[in-house]
Design a protein around this ligand. Structure first.
Ligand code: AMP
Ligand code: MG
Length: 411
């Protein structure tokens, strides 16, 4: 039995399973203009109402011709010109060719396009030195999509290339999920804002700006409730407001055992919350549950822990609420150039810097200090070095799994 089975410590996967099973996607949909749909989640599959391309057209600047006409080995006079947006509508006459530019509609009767570099213009017409293959340089109607084809599935986050695809079929509006409203607040009497002076024991609130930015990247609507003092009445009031106006509440701090008694008490009054001790390092304590009408995720206060638990847990919950398919962080296998401290018992998410070398992917620790208050370990990093629960110390040259967080939100 691994130490992961220690009583009270819950493996990450088990916690995630529980959370993803309980959460159901937000209902409803709204219609938005295509131009406003970037980052939104499709409420239903989008299908093509026109084919793309809509017409057979030329893939090259050149000449549209009938291959059989080349057998006579005579120049083909130019019958007409077809440009993108200025089609030539007559059918191709036997023994002629039509000058075509890229994207131009092809005349009926042609069966290939020869690029201009392979043709010679003479006084008697155009001379072609070899017979092209049938269909050469012809883009066929419906090559990209046909009427009824599914362009995007339901639950898909719209990216720039998706906008292009939808625009290409003339789609002006998209049915999307309502934007998730997420309340964000930080708890702690010690928290000050940049610009304010620090009294003894104070520190600047660094979690809220980071969480705010992460939430924005996920495309949700963030309601910032600021910093709440370690006071049950203050917390109760803010949580009630947040619950009334949002779909999900994310807090930082105040959930570690010991100090959290009043938090637990307030949350207990307002809904059903479980305090989890996840078998991960950093970021052990985490609260999850439901208030009257919103979901609640309480992240730990330590700066690195709050980011790690956001990436590992909150981002997955948000995807689920938004109706997106579940997707953990992308993973990569690498060889570590550093020795890594590790004791069996919890899954470690050490901060690393990976790079591609001629031998493959290498990773090093982003800092020798990996404690959960060392934010610098995170800013230097471009991945987590995920060390399995039961793994012990790691030697240089060993293979490790990386979980990538940069680029995660570019999906
Ligand atoms: P807590 O989870 O409230 O027990 O906080 C754990 C540690 O994280 C303490 O050292 C706090 O001062 C620190 N901390 C809590 N909230 C924040 C925050 N918003 N920004 C930076 N550090 C914080
Ligand atoms: Mg606190």
């Amino acid at each position: 039995m691994g130490c992961s089975d220690k009583p009270g410590l819950q493996p990450l996967d088990a916690g995630l399973d529980q959370l993803l099973t309980r959460i159901t996607p937000l209902e409803g949909s709204e219609t938005v203009a295509l131009t406003n749909s970037l980052g939104r989640i499709t409420a239903k599959a989008v299908r093509a109402e026109t084919p793309v391309p809509a017409w057979d057209n030329s893939a090259m600047d050149g000449y549209a011709l009938r291959r059989a006409d080349l057998l006579a080995d005579k120049p083909l006079p130019i019958q007409g010109r077809s440009l993108a947006g200025q089609p030539y509508t007559e059918p191709l006459k036997p023994g002629y060719c039509v000058r075509v530019m890229t994207g131009a509609v092809l005349p009926a009767g042609c069966d290939a396009v020869v690029m201009q570099e392979e043709a010679e213009v003479s006084d008697d017409g155009v001379v072609f030195h070899k017979v092209p293959e049938e269909g050469n340089n012809i883009r066929h109607a419906g090559d990209d999509c046909r009427v009824g084809d599914r362009l995007l599935p339901e639950g898909h986050r719209i990216r720039p290339q998706d906008l292009a695809l939808l625009a290409s079929v003339g789609c002006a509006e998209v049915s999307v999920r309502p934007r998730l409203k997420v309340a964000l607040l930080a708890t702690g009497d010690e928290l000050r804002q940049p610009g304010e002076a620090l009294n003894v024991g104070d520190l600047y609130d660094s979690n809220r700006p980071a969480l705010y930015a992460l939430l924005e990247r996920l495309g949700v609507q963030v309601h910032d409730f600021g910093v709440v003092a370690d006071d049950p009445d203050a917390l109760r009031e803010v949580l009630q407001q947040a619950d009334a106006s949002c779909d999900l509440i994310i807090t930082s701090g105040g959930v570690s055992v010991g100090e959290a008694d009043y938090t637990r008490q307030v949350l207990g009054e307002l809904g059903e919350i479980e305090l989890w001790k996840l078998a991960i390092k950093p970021g052990k304590p985490l609260a999850f549950g439901r208030l009257n009408r919103s979901w609640f995720i309480g992240l730990p206060g330590n700066p690195v822990s709050s980011l790690v638990t956001f990436h590992l847990v909150a981002a997955r919950a948000i995807r689920r609420l938004q109706g997106q398919p579940d997707q953990p962080l992308a993973q990569l296998t690498a060889v570590t150039t550093d020795a890594l401290h590790k004791t069996p018992g919890r899954m470690d998410f050490q901060r690393g810097v990976w790079r591609q070398t001629e031998h493959g992917v290498e990773v090093r620790s982003s800092r020798t200090q990996q404690a959960s208050h060392i934010l610098g370990s995170m800013t230097e990093a471009n991945c987590y070095i995920a060390l399995e629960q039961d793994r012990g110390p790691v030697e240089p040259g060993e293979t490790v799994t990386l979980w990538l967080f940069d680029g995660l939100f570019a999906d």
